[in-house]
Design a protein around this ligand. Structure first.
Ligand SMILES: NC(=O)c1ccc[n+]([C@@H]2O[C@H](COP(=O)([O-])OP(=O)(O)OC[C@H]3O[C@@H](n4cnc5c(N)ncnc54)[C@H](OP(=O)(O)O)[C@@H]3O)[C@@H](O)[C@H]2O)c1
Length: 358
Protein backbone atom coordinates (compact mmCIF):
# COMPACT_ATOMS: atom_id res chain seq x y z
CA UNK A 1 0.00 0.00 0.00
CA UNK A 2 1.25 3.51 -0.81
CA UNK A 3 2.70 5.45 2.10
CA UNK A 4 0.32 7.72 3.99
CA UNK A 5 1.78 10.86 5.50
CA UNK A 6 0.74 11.56 9.10
CA UNK A 7 -0.45 15.15 9.33
CA UNK A 8 -1.31 17.52 12.17
CA UNK A 9 -3.65 20.43 11.42
CA UNK A 10 -2.66 23.53 13.44
CA UNK A 11 -5.54 26.06 13.83
CA UNK A 12 -8.97 25.80 12.29
CA UNK A 13 -9.93 29.29 11.19
CA UNK A 14 -11.24 29.99 7.68
CA UNK A 15 -8.18 28.49 5.93
CA UNK A 16 -7.35 25.87 8.59
CA UNK A 17 -10.82 24.33 8.64
CA UNK A 18 -10.82 24.07 4.82
CA UNK A 19 -7.36 22.44 5.05
CA UNK A 20 -8.67 20.03 7.68
CA UNK A 21 -11.40 18.90 5.28
CA UNK A 22 -8.76 18.59 2.55
CA UNK A 23 -6.55 16.33 4.71
CA UNK A 24 -9.49 14.06 5.54
CA UNK A 25 -10.31 13.61 1.84
CA UNK A 26 -6.71 13.24 0.61
CA UNK A 27 -5.83 9.61 -0.16
CA UNK A 28 -2.16 10.04 0.73
CA UNK A 29 -2.71 11.80 4.07
CA UNK A 30 -3.81 10.67 7.50
CA UNK A 31 -4.90 13.17 10.16
CA UNK A 32 -3.18 12.34 13.47
CA UNK A 33 -3.47 15.57 15.47
CA UNK A 34 -5.38 18.83 15.71
CA UNK A 35 -4.30 21.99 17.50
CA UNK A 36 -6.96 24.62 18.26
CA UNK A 37 -7.00 27.88 20.20
CA UNK A 38 -10.70 28.35 20.92
CA UNK A 39 -12.08 26.92 24.17
CA UNK A 40 -15.27 25.83 22.42
CA UNK A 41 -13.31 23.65 19.93
CA UNK A 42 -11.01 22.09 22.57
CA UNK A 43 -11.96 18.41 23.06
CA UNK A 44 -14.10 18.17 19.91
CA UNK A 45 -13.58 15.40 17.35
CA UNK A 46 -11.93 16.78 14.17
CA UNK A 47 -15.01 15.56 12.28
CA UNK A 48 -17.23 17.95 14.29
CA UNK A 49 -15.05 20.87 13.18
CA UNK A 50 -14.75 19.73 9.56
CA UNK A 51 -18.43 18.72 9.31
CA UNK A 52 -17.64 15.05 8.58
CA UNK A 53 -18.10 11.72 10.38
CA UNK A 54 -16.14 11.24 13.60
CA UNK A 55 -12.40 10.72 12.99
CA UNK A 56 -11.18 9.73 16.45
CA UNK A 57 -8.74 12.67 16.37
CA UNK A 58 -9.51 15.02 19.24
CA UNK A 59 -8.73 18.76 19.09
CA UNK A 60 -6.35 20.00 21.78
CA UNK A 61 -5.01 23.35 22.99
CA UNK A 62 -1.94 21.58 24.40
CA UNK A 63 1.07 22.73 22.36
CA UNK A 64 3.50 20.39 24.16
CA UNK A 65 1.31 17.38 23.33
CA UNK A 66 1.27 18.39 19.65
CA UNK A 67 5.04 18.91 19.57
CA UNK A 68 5.59 15.49 21.20
CA UNK A 69 3.24 13.75 18.75
CA UNK A 70 4.68 11.50 16.05
CA UNK A 71 3.81 12.95 12.64
CA UNK A 72 5.38 13.70 9.27
CA UNK A 73 4.03 17.21 8.75
CA UNK A 74 2.17 20.10 10.38
CA UNK A 75 -0.18 22.32 8.36
CA UNK A 76 0.41 25.51 10.31
CA UNK A 77 -2.48 28.01 9.81
CA UNK A 78 -2.79 30.39 12.78
CA UNK A 79 -3.18 34.16 12.94
CA UNK A 80 -0.94 35.57 14.27
CA UNK A 81 1.87 33.19 13.39
CA UNK A 82 5.09 32.73 15.34
CA UNK A 83 8.57 32.01 13.98
CA UNK A 84 9.54 30.52 17.35
CA UNK A 85 6.61 28.11 17.14
CA UNK A 86 7.49 27.16 13.55
CA UNK A 87 11.10 26.47 14.59
CA UNK A 88 9.96 24.34 17.54
CA UNK A 89 7.81 22.19 15.26
CA UNK A 90 10.65 21.79 12.76
CA UNK A 91 13.13 20.86 15.49
CA UNK A 92 10.70 18.18 16.70
CA UNK A 93 11.26 16.45 13.35
CA UNK A 94 8.08 17.49 11.56
CA UNK A 95 7.94 19.18 8.18
CA UNK A 96 5.90 22.41 8.20
CA UNK A 97 3.69 23.68 5.37
CA UNK A 98 1.93 27.00 5.90
CA UNK A 99 -0.07 29.75 4.18
CA UNK A 100 1.67 32.26 6.52
CA UNK A 101 5.08 33.77 5.74
CA UNK A 102 7.83 32.95 4.78
CA UNK A 103 7.58 32.38 1.00
CA UNK A 104 11.06 33.70 0.10
CA UNK A 105 12.43 35.39 3.22
CA UNK A 106 16.14 35.44 2.39
CA UNK A 107 16.25 39.21 1.76
CA UNK A 108 13.25 40.76 3.58
CA UNK A 109 13.28 38.55 6.68
CA UNK A 110 16.86 37.34 6.80
CA UNK A 111 16.86 36.50 10.53
CA UNK A 112 13.71 34.39 10.25
CA UNK A 113 15.15 32.64 7.19
CA UNK A 114 18.33 31.75 9.08
CA UNK A 115 16.40 30.54 12.14
CA UNK A 116 14.09 28.37 10.00
CA UNK A 117 16.98 26.93 7.98
CA UNK A 118 18.83 26.05 11.20
CA UNK A 119 15.72 24.40 12.70
CA UNK A 120 15.14 22.45 9.48
CA UNK A 121 18.68 21.09 9.65
CA UNK A 122 18.25 20.20 13.35
CA UNK A 123 15.02 18.34 12.70
CA UNK A 124 16.09 16.92 9.33
CA UNK A 125 12.94 18.35 7.74
CA UNK A 126 11.62 20.98 5.31
CA UNK A 127 9.60 24.19 5.59
CA UNK A 128 7.44 25.51 2.77
CA UNK A 129 5.09 28.53 2.65
CA UNK A 130 2.42 28.39 -0.01
CA UNK A 131 -1.20 29.48 -0.59
CA UNK A 132 -3.08 31.38 -3.24
CA UNK A 133 -1.66 34.88 -3.03
CA UNK A 134 1.17 34.82 -2.02
CA UNK A 135 1.85 31.24 -3.00
CA UNK A 136 0.40 31.16 -6.51
CA UNK A 137 -0.66 34.45 -8.09
CA UNK A 138 2.20 36.46 -6.59
CA UNK A 139 5.10 34.36 -7.80
CA UNK A 140 4.47 30.77 -8.94
CA UNK A 141 2.19 31.53 -11.90
CA UNK A 142 4.10 34.62 -13.12
CA UNK A 143 7.36 32.68 -12.92
CA UNK A 144 5.78 29.86 -14.93
CA UNK A 145 4.60 32.28 -17.63
CA UNK A 146 7.95 34.09 -17.65
CA UNK A 147 9.20 30.95 -19.40
CA UNK A 148 7.23 32.13 -22.46
CA UNK A 149 9.05 35.47 -22.55
CA UNK A 150 12.44 36.93 -23.31
CA UNK A 151 12.71 40.65 -22.42
CA UNK A 152 10.26 41.52 -19.63
CA UNK A 153 9.59 45.20 -18.86
CA UNK A 154 6.91 44.76 -16.22
CA UNK A 155 5.03 41.96 -14.45
CA UNK A 156 1.92 43.06 -12.57
CA UNK A 157 -0.13 40.81 -10.29
CA UNK A 158 -3.47 42.35 -9.35
CA UNK A 159 -5.86 40.91 -6.77
CA UNK A 160 -9.37 42.37 -6.63
CA UNK A 161 -11.38 41.23 -3.66
CA UNK A 162 -14.86 42.20 -2.53
CA UNK A 163 -14.18 40.82 0.94
CA UNK A 164 -17.58 41.35 2.60
CA UNK A 165 -18.05 37.62 3.25
CA UNK A 166 -14.48 36.84 4.43
CA UNK A 167 -15.13 35.88 8.05
CA UNK A 168 -11.63 36.23 9.54
CA UNK A 169 -11.62 39.33 11.74
CA UNK A 170 -7.82 39.21 12.00
CA UNK A 171 -7.31 39.14 8.22
CA UNK A 172 -10.02 41.72 7.42
CA UNK A 173 -9.52 44.28 10.18
CA UNK A 174 -5.82 43.90 10.86
CA UNK A 175 -3.99 42.48 7.83
CA UNK A 176 -6.22 44.13 5.24
CA UNK A 177 -6.59 47.27 7.36
CA UNK A 178 -10.34 47.58 6.60
CA UNK A 179 -12.67 49.46 8.99
CA UNK A 180 -9.85 51.60 10.38
CA UNK A 181 -9.71 55.38 10.46
CA UNK A 182 -6.94 56.79 8.23
CA UNK A 183 -4.99 57.67 11.40
CA UNK A 184 -5.32 54.13 12.78
CA UNK A 185 -4.33 52.66 9.42
CA UNK A 186 -1.24 54.84 9.12
CA UNK A 187 0.06 53.73 12.55
CA UNK A 188 -0.88 50.04 12.13
CA UNK A 189 2.45 48.18 12.32
CA UNK A 190 1.02 45.80 9.70
CA UNK A 191 2.11 48.35 7.07
CA UNK A 192 5.76 47.32 7.23
CA UNK A 193 4.86 43.62 7.66
CA UNK A 194 2.72 43.86 4.52
CA UNK A 195 5.61 45.42 2.60
CA UNK A 196 7.94 42.61 3.67
CA UNK A 197 5.30 39.97 2.82
CA UNK A 198 4.73 41.33 -0.71
CA UNK A 199 8.42 41.99 -1.29
CA UNK A 200 9.17 38.30 -0.64
CA UNK A 201 7.42 37.11 -3.84
CA UNK A 202 8.94 40.07 -5.68
CA UNK A 203 12.38 38.83 -4.63
CA UNK A 204 11.46 35.27 -5.65
CA UNK A 205 10.49 36.41 -9.13
CA UNK A 206 13.71 38.41 -9.48
CA UNK A 207 15.73 35.37 -8.36
CA UNK A 208 13.76 33.15 -10.76
CA UNK A 209 14.63 35.58 -13.58
CA UNK A 210 18.29 35.33 -12.63
CA UNK A 211 18.36 38.90 -11.36
CA UNK A 212 17.96 40.90 -8.14
CA UNK A 213 15.87 43.83 -6.92
CA UNK A 214 17.83 47.06 -6.58
CA UNK A 215 14.93 49.35 -5.53
CA UNK A 216 11.61 48.84 -3.73
CA UNK A 217 8.58 51.15 -3.71
CA UNK A 218 5.37 51.00 -1.68
CA UNK A 219 2.18 52.96 -2.48
CA UNK A 220 -1.03 53.01 -0.47
CA UNK A 221 -4.33 54.67 -1.34
CA UNK A 222 -7.67 54.20 0.38
CA UNK A 223 -11.34 55.19 0.13
CA UNK A 224 -13.70 55.68 3.08
CA UNK A 225 -17.23 54.32 3.50
CA UNK A 226 -20.04 56.83 2.95
CA UNK A 227 -22.43 54.67 5.04
CA UNK A 228 -22.23 51.71 7.44
CA UNK A 229 -21.40 48.55 5.43
CA UNK A 230 -22.39 45.06 6.59
CA UNK A 231 -19.66 42.40 6.43
CA UNK A 232 -18.98 38.94 7.92
CA UNK A 233 -16.80 40.63 10.56
CA UNK A 234 -19.36 43.25 11.57
CA UNK A 235 -20.18 46.76 10.36
CA UNK A 236 -17.50 48.79 8.60
CA UNK A 237 -18.47 52.22 9.90
CA UNK A 238 -19.05 55.33 7.80
CA UNK A 239 -15.84 57.39 7.59
CA UNK A 240 -13.56 54.37 8.03
CA UNK A 241 -11.54 52.60 5.32
CA UNK A 242 -13.72 50.52 3.00
CA UNK A 243 -11.19 50.12 0.15
CA UNK A 244 -7.44 49.70 0.36
CA UNK A 245 -5.29 49.89 -2.74
CA UNK A 246 -1.75 48.64 -2.14
CA UNK A 247 1.06 48.55 -4.68
CA UNK A 248 4.45 47.09 -3.80
CA UNK A 249 7.04 47.34 -6.56
CA UNK A 250 10.51 45.92 -7.02
CA UNK A 251 12.78 47.17 -9.80
CA UNK A 252 15.47 44.76 -10.93
CA UNK A 253 19.01 45.45 -12.05
CA UNK A 254 17.83 45.32 -15.68
CA UNK A 255 14.89 47.68 -15.03
CA UNK A 256 12.10 45.07 -14.96
CA UNK A 257 9.27 46.26 -12.70
CA UNK A 258 7.64 43.58 -10.56
CA UNK A 259 4.35 44.89 -9.16
CA UNK A 260 2.20 43.28 -6.46
CA UNK A 261 -1.14 45.10 -6.36
CA UNK A 262 -4.15 44.45 -4.12
CA UNK A 263 -7.55 46.13 -4.19
CA UNK A 264 -9.33 44.92 -1.05
CA UNK A 265 -12.75 46.42 -0.48
CA UNK A 266 -16.19 45.89 1.01
CA UNK A 267 -18.68 46.83 -1.69
CA UNK A 268 -19.79 45.64 -5.09
CA UNK A 269 -18.27 46.88 -8.33
CA UNK A 270 -20.69 49.88 -8.47
CA UNK A 271 -19.10 51.24 -5.27
CA UNK A 272 -22.18 53.19 -4.18
CA UNK A 273 -21.14 52.72 -0.52
CA UNK A 274 -17.75 54.42 -1.04
CA UNK A 275 -16.96 58.16 -0.81
CA UNK A 276 -15.41 58.04 -4.27
CA UNK A 277 -15.07 55.45 -7.02
CA UNK A 278 -11.95 53.70 -8.19
CA UNK A 279 -11.48 52.05 -11.56
CA UNK A 280 -11.63 48.44 -10.27
CA UNK A 281 -10.94 45.98 -13.11
CA UNK A 282 -13.32 43.32 -11.71
CA UNK A 283 -15.37 42.55 -8.61
CA UNK A 284 -13.17 39.63 -7.52
CA UNK A 285 -10.34 37.62 -9.06
CA UNK A 286 -6.78 38.06 -10.25
CA UNK A 287 -4.92 39.33 -13.30
CA UNK A 288 -1.28 38.61 -14.10
CA UNK A 289 -0.05 40.99 -16.78
CA UNK A 290 3.32 40.58 -18.46
CA UNK A 291 4.66 43.40 -20.65
CA UNK A 292 7.75 42.99 -22.80
CA UNK A 293 8.54 41.41 -26.13
CA UNK A 294 5.67 39.07 -25.34
CA UNK A 295 2.54 40.66 -23.85
CA UNK A 296 0.19 38.42 -21.90
CA UNK A 297 -2.84 38.91 -19.67
CA UNK A 298 -3.73 35.93 -17.53
CA UNK A 299 -7.12 36.29 -15.84
CA UNK A 300 -7.96 33.88 -13.05
CA UNK A 301 -11.54 33.96 -11.91
CA UNK A 302 -14.45 31.89 -10.66
CA UNK A 303 -17.50 31.25 -12.85
CA UNK A 304 -19.90 34.21 -12.89
CA UNK A 305 -22.84 32.02 -11.88
CA UNK A 306 -21.27 31.53 -8.43
CA UNK A 307 -22.52 33.81 -5.66
CA UNK A 308 -20.03 36.17 -4.06
CA UNK A 309 -20.06 33.94 -0.93
CA UNK A 310 -19.15 30.94 -3.06
CA UNK A 311 -16.39 32.85 -4.81
CA UNK A 312 -14.81 33.88 -1.49
CA UNK A 313 -15.16 30.32 -0.14
CA UNK A 314 -13.50 28.87 -3.25
CA UNK A 315 -10.74 31.47 -3.03
CA UNK A 316 -10.05 30.29 0.53
CA UNK A 317 -10.16 26.66 -0.65
CA UNK A 318 -7.42 27.29 -3.22
CA UNK A 319 -5.08 28.35 -0.39
CA UNK A 320 -6.12 25.44 1.84
CA UNK A 321 -6.03 22.75 -0.84
CA UNK A 322 -2.69 23.89 -2.17
CA UNK A 323 -1.00 23.52 1.21
CA UNK A 324 -2.66 20.10 1.60
CA UNK A 325 -1.47 18.96 -1.85
CA UNK A 326 2.05 20.21 -1.08
CA UNK A 327 2.51 17.82 1.88
CA UNK A 328 3.87 14.72 0.05
CA UNK A 329 6.22 16.83 -2.09
CA UNK A 330 7.56 18.80 0.86
CA UNK A 331 8.02 15.62 2.93
CA UNK A 332 10.01 14.02 0.08
CA UNK A 333 12.15 17.04 -0.92
CA UNK A 334 15.85 16.19 -0.48
CA UNK A 335 18.24 18.10 1.82
CA UNK A 336 16.54 19.58 4.88
CA UNK A 337 15.80 23.28 4.54
CA UNK A 338 13.48 26.13 3.64
CA UNK A 339 11.96 25.21 0.28
CA UNK A 340 10.48 27.74 -2.14
CA UNK A 341 8.87 27.10 -5.52
CA UNK A 342 12.32 27.47 -7.01
CA UNK A 343 13.37 24.29 -5.17
CA UNK A 344 10.29 22.07 -5.45
CA UNK A 345 8.81 20.09 -8.33
CA UNK A 346 5.29 20.92 -9.51
CA UNK A 347 2.59 20.55 -6.87
CA UNK A 348 -0.48 18.93 -8.39
CA UNK A 349 -3.85 17.83 -7.10
CA UNK A 350 -4.30 14.25 -5.99
CA UNK A 351 -7.68 12.75 -6.65
CA UNK A 352 -6.60 9.19 -5.80
CA UNK A 353 -9.65 7.16 -4.96
CA UNK A 354 -11.61 10.34 -4.39
CA UNK A 355 -12.75 10.93 -7.95
CA UNK A 356 -15.91 12.94 -8.54
CA UNK A 357 -19.12 11.12 -7.59
CA UNK A 358 -20.85 9.52 -10.60
N1 LIG B 1 -1.07 32.74 1.36
C1 LIG B 1 -2.35 32.96 1.17
O1 LIG B 1 -2.84 33.00 0.04
C2 LIG B 1 -3.27 33.17 2.36
C3 LIG B 1 -4.64 33.35 2.15
C4 LIG B 1 -5.48 33.47 3.26
C5 LIG B 1 -4.93 33.46 4.55
N2 LIG B 1 -3.59 33.32 4.72
C6 LIG B 1 -3.00 33.24 6.06
O2 LIG B 1 -3.47 32.04 6.68
C7 LIG B 1 -3.59 32.23 8.08
C8 LIG B 1 -4.99 31.81 8.51
O3 LIG B 1 -5.95 32.68 7.89
P1 LIG B 1 -7.49 32.53 8.21
O4 LIG B 1 -8.24 33.27 7.19
O5 LIG B 1 -7.80 31.09 8.44
O6 LIG B 1 -7.57 33.30 9.60
P2 LIG B 1 -8.64 33.09 10.77
O7 LIG B 1 -9.93 32.63 10.20
O8 LIG B 1 -8.61 34.35 11.57
O9 LIG B 1 -8.05 31.88 11.62
C9 LIG B 1 -6.94 32.01 12.46
C10 LIG B 1 -7.00 30.92 13.53
O10 LIG B 1 -5.88 31.08 14.39
C11 LIG B 1 -6.21 30.60 15.68
N3 LIG B 1 -5.94 31.61 16.71
C12 LIG B 1 -6.81 32.25 17.51
N4 LIG B 1 -6.16 33.03 18.38
C13 LIG B 1 -4.86 32.89 18.11
C14 LIG B 1 -3.68 33.43 18.69
N5 LIG B 1 -3.72 34.28 19.70
N6 LIG B 1 -2.50 33.07 18.15
C15 LIG B 1 -2.43 32.22 17.10
N7 LIG B 1 -3.54 31.66 16.54
C16 LIG B 1 -4.72 31.99 17.04
C17 LIG B 1 -7.69 30.23 15.69
O11 LIG B 1 -7.76 28.80 15.57
P3 LIG B 1 -9.00 27.92 16.12
O12 LIG B 1 -10.20 28.42 15.42
O13 LIG B 1 -8.62 26.51 15.72
O14 LIG B 1 -9.08 28.06 17.61
C18 LIG B 1 -8.20 30.99 14.49
O15 LIG B 1 -9.36 30.41 13.97
C19 LIG B 1 -3.32 33.71 8.36
O16 LIG B 1 -2.04 33.83 8.90
C20 LIG B 1 -3.43 34.36 6.97
O17 LIG B 1 -2.59 35.47 6.84
C21 LIG B 1 -2.75 33.17 3.64
Amino acid sequence: MAKKYKVIQWATGVVGSAALGGILRHPKLELVGLKVYSDDKNGLDAGDIAGTDATGVIATQDVDAIVAMEADCVLYCPLPWSTTEICRLLESGKHVVTPCPYWFPFIQNRKAAEAIEASCRKGGVNFHASGCNPGGIAERFPLTFSGWCNRIDRITMTECGDCRTYSSKGVMRNLMNLGKTPEEASTNPIKSALARSWNEPIDMIAEGLGSEVIRYEAHHDFILANQPIETAVGIIEEGTIALNHYRHIGITREGTEIVQEQIWYVDDIEQTRLQRKMDIPRQSGWRIKIEGDVNINIDIDFPSELTQDERVAQGISTTAFHIVNAVPIVCEAPEAGLKTYLDLPMITGCMGTHSAPR
